[in-house]
Design a protein around this ligand. Sequence first.
Ligand code: DGP
Length: 112
Amino acid sequence: MDCLFCKIIAGEIPSSKVYENDRVFVFRDINPQAPVHMLAVPKEHIGSADEVTAENSAAVAAIFEAIPKVAAAEGLTGGYRIVSNCGPDACQSVKHLHFHILGGKQLSEKMD
Ligand code: DGP
């Protein structure tokens, strides 16, 4: 499968890794939108939030268990935002489920 994030997880494309366990990979976004901008992805290929099912949702739970750990390690004591773009209307550009974790400044109230 020709998937950019699968290649990053496999180490075939370099990335700035922040955290990894058996299910989850977290790395820095190449185009940061905040002082801290990480991407948390399942190691298992899931195309987007639209493809989450009862069979693969444990991978999503594992991501949400990892997020507080990486947020604390990055010093995001004031809070952070989690965003997952799903499909063309949301401008999803990489077709591997990912959660943006943004923080390190006062974020805008605007969500779009
Ligand atoms: P989205 O638009 O939600 O699909 O976000 C995809 C994000 O992936 C975008 O913020 C930029 C990031 N990105 C794209 N290519 C690479 C890459 O090769 N390395 C890293 N670290 N991030 C990437």
